[in-house]
Design a protein around this ligand. Structure first.
Ligand code: ZN
Length: 132
């Protein structure tokens, strides 16, 4: 497990584009079907847009029809952390990058087997490292 990355809001703001900052540091959500990865089938590994930690793989990505990139499991259990989120009058589970606490999206329990989980992630929180 790599070391935790901590930066001030001002440091993140200087590093990230305004859109990425809004989603990852202010817990924003990109509009459905607006992101660059929801329909992406390119083989590779998805990394954190803030700290470049590996988070998800194309092999565990599936087409959920939601308009956001969806995965049934993270690259490993230590890669992401979760938090209970009761904002917007909903009871949801927030998914964060375990290394830098970037807001990634939410996890729901209506995913496909074998995990039954659906990690619903903002494209803006991810960068794709194409394999090969
Ligand atoms: Zn991160």
């Amino acid at each position: 497990m790599s070391e935790k990355i901590r930066k001030s809001d001002a440091e993140w703001r200087a590093l990230l584009s305004p859109e990425v900052y809004r989603v990852t540091r202010e817990k924003g959500t990109e509009a459905a079907f607006s992101g660059c990865f929801y329909a992406c089938k390119t083989p590779g590994e998805y990394h954190c847009a803030c700290c470049d930690a590996p988070l998800f793989r194309s092999g565990e990505k599936f087409d959920s029809g939601s308009g956001w990139p969806s995965f049934w499991q993270p690259v490993n259990d230590a890669a992401v952390s979760t938090l209970s989120d009761t904002s917007h009058g909903m009871r949801r589970t927030e998914v964060l990058c375990a290394r830098c606490d970037a807001h990634l999206g939410h996890v729901f329990d209506d995913g496909p087997p074998p995990s039954g989980l659906r990690y619903c992630i903002n494209s803006l929180a991810l960068t794709l490292k194409e394999s090969g």
